[in-house]
Write a protein that binds this ligand. Structure first.
Ligand code: FSO
Ligand code: SF4
Length: 534
């Protein structure tokens, strides 16, 4: 195996024996083969001019399964590869087309061992012998994995655009489509990926807000209520909605975990009286926090970690998530989760706790835009920070806690994604009634943050780079990669990125990013604040 797609990769260079995430070598290799098979499907779709949205959504789902911390089940991947190849052959046959070699002619072995052997030579380390080309090819594949995740979330809510699927085919086929590309051409594909992701995130925003309403500022309890309990993790709003419906009147309270916290702000979700509060912090703390949860736990998307024996019987997966041996819920049928929750004791008493605010999506923030603009003009608001991105286990991530704590009282911090758990319960006050810490939502809501920035730029008649706004981002997995590509495609400069820079960015590619976008690594909160605020 060789995998370096996420921030916690071994020694900052690559996982080679087993993933730091728990990914077994066979799964890593078979995931490489999933990507390779998808290249074949993409070539077939291009050759036959296939515009079937169901096929595009299928391809996105398959790519999403290879994202960090989504699926660890080799048997499921074997099924996926067979499905990909079957669909490829079906559209080739229908279109009267064929390939005699390469990924579109690939025939999967019948066993998992056979697939592992076939994966040889198709991993990221083999993408190219030139370090820089390999680096941009990796960036493209990782960016597309993130794009695929957002595309799937949007499609589940009925929002699709063939242009997104066409790009996935183009990006997957690149390198196998007979087109010679130099470094510039590959960089062009990266920016195209960023642009297409903006469209995918727009679709997702339309899906979320169109189905569940625009988030409204909402106070979320961090304490617990007496009663049976289910904890929902991941990012999927539809799964949560279906579970809320299925648990109505059953005496079960529903809690969010991790990136599901912002769900409390959606009118169509918060209307359920048993949708109670939030439990725990970011994904990397689940093994510490889940044993104490006295109910069932449902994973709707990433980020799952190996469930320890003291709580694994309570954990269920759905959608694309998988862990060998766990019960997987299909077609939004959560009866197994509900049964388990009813067997377990639940919380035996009310435990009051702190509360946190969420629900500051673009609609909520822009509804007070006049107040914000007046605040800036009057000098009450000096600067905005977007401190967002993923959390992770590295101790260096305390930077983000300290950074937010040290932001001056006349500045506003917008946040999104699970990186917020480093500071989400900090009381940092308000400016004239506008909270200084505004939770825009999940990483899935990056579109909302972009719209807020664009609206501010419009109001001040300047570009986003000229706003008193600084982006201080943390990354962990491939959704963060594609969001970065989107920000670059939008021409956003001066991004600070941490806790470390990606292992798959070669020195020359990094130079390119620094020279053209002035990307920089985080240093210390004091130094960075001083540099930003002058
Ligand atoms: Fe975090 Fe995990 Fe949302 Fe990622 S929960 S790390 S960027 O999957 O997707 O922010
Ligand atoms: Fe390692 Fe990250 Fe790959 Fe897991 S996803 S194997 S931790 S690089």
């Amino acid at each position: 195996m060789f995998c370096n797609q996420c921030e916690q990769t071994a020694k900052g260079t690559g996982c080679t024996k087993v993933g730091v995430c728990g990914k077994q070598p066979e799964v890593s290799d078979i995931q490489d083969l999933v990507v390779y098979s998808l290249r074949g499907l993409a070539l077939a779709a291009q050759k036959t001019g296939n515009k079937d949205a169901a096929l595009g959504h299928f391809a996105a789902k398959m790519l999403f399964t290879t994202l960090t911390n989504v699926n660890f089940d080799p048997a499921r991947f074997q099924t996926f590869i067979n499905q990909i190849v079957a669909k490829r052959d079906e559209i080739l046959a229908k279109g009267g087309a064929s390939f005699s070699s390469g990924p579109a002619a690939f025939k999967p072995a019948a066993t998992i061992d056979g697939l592992v052997a076939q994966a040889e030579g198709h991993g990221v380390a083999n993408f190219d012998s030139n370090d820089d080309i390999r680096s941009v090819k990796q960036l493209l594949v990782y960016g597309m994995k993130g794009l695929a995740a957002y595309t799937d979330h949007a499609a589940v809510l009925g929002q699709q655009d063939q242009a997104v699927y066409d790009f996935l085919y183009k990006g997957l086929a690149a390198g196998y489509d007979g087109v010679e590309r130099d470094l510039n051409a590959w960089v062009g594909l990266l920016l195209e990926c960023g642009n297409v992701n903006l469209r995918a995130m727009e679709l997702l925003d339309a899906g979320n807000t169109g189905t569940y309403g625009h988030p409204v500022p909402t106070e979320v309890p961090l304490g617990q209520k007496k009663g049976k309990a289910i904890l929902v993790s991941g990012h999927d709003l539809k799964d949560l909605y279906e579970l809320l419906k299925q648990t109505e009147g059953k005496g079960i309270n529903i809690y969010t975990h991790g990136e599901m916290l912002p769900c409390h702000g959606y009118p169509e979700l918060k209307k359920f009286p048993h949708f109670y509060g939030h439990y725990g912090t970011a994904w990397q703390n689940q093994q510490k926090e889940f044993p104490a949860f006295p109910g069932a736990i449902l994973f709707t998307t990433n980020c799952i970690q190996k469930p320890a024996d003291n709580y694994s019987a309570n954990v269920f997966t759905t959608g694309l998530v998988g862990w060998p041996g766990l019960v997987h819920c299909e077609n939004h049928d959560f009866s197994a989760v509900i049964k388990r929750a009813l067997e377990l004791p639940g919380f035996t008493e009310d435990t009051p706790g702190k509360t946190v605010m969420t629900g500051f999506g673009r609609n909520a923030v822009l509804s007070v835009a006049d107040k914000v603009i007046d605040g800036v003009k009057a000098g009450a608001i000096r600067h905005f920070f977007l401190v967002g991105g993923c959390d992770g286990a590295k101790p260096g991530r305390n930077y983000y806690t300290e950074f937010v704590e040290k932001t001056p009282k006349d500045t506003i911090v917008l946040t999104l994604a699970c990186g917020k758990f480093r500071f989400f319960d900090k009381q940092i006050g308000d400016i004239g009634g506008i909270p200084r810490l505004l939770d825009v939502g999940q990483c899935n809501d990056a579109y909302s943050a972009v719209q807020i920035a664009l609206a501010l730029a419009g109001a001040f008649n300047c570009g986003v780079n000229d706003l008193p706004l600084s982006l201080v981002l943390s990354w962990y997995e491939q959704k963060a990669v594609v969001i970065l590509l989107t920000l670059l495609a939008l021409g956003i400069k001066d991004i600070r990125l941490g806790p470390t820079l990606p292992a798959f960015v070669s020195p020359n590619v990094l130079n390119f990013l620094v020279e053209n976008y002035n990307i920089k690594p985080i240093t210390t909160p004091d130094e960075d604040l001083k540099a930003i605020l002058g």
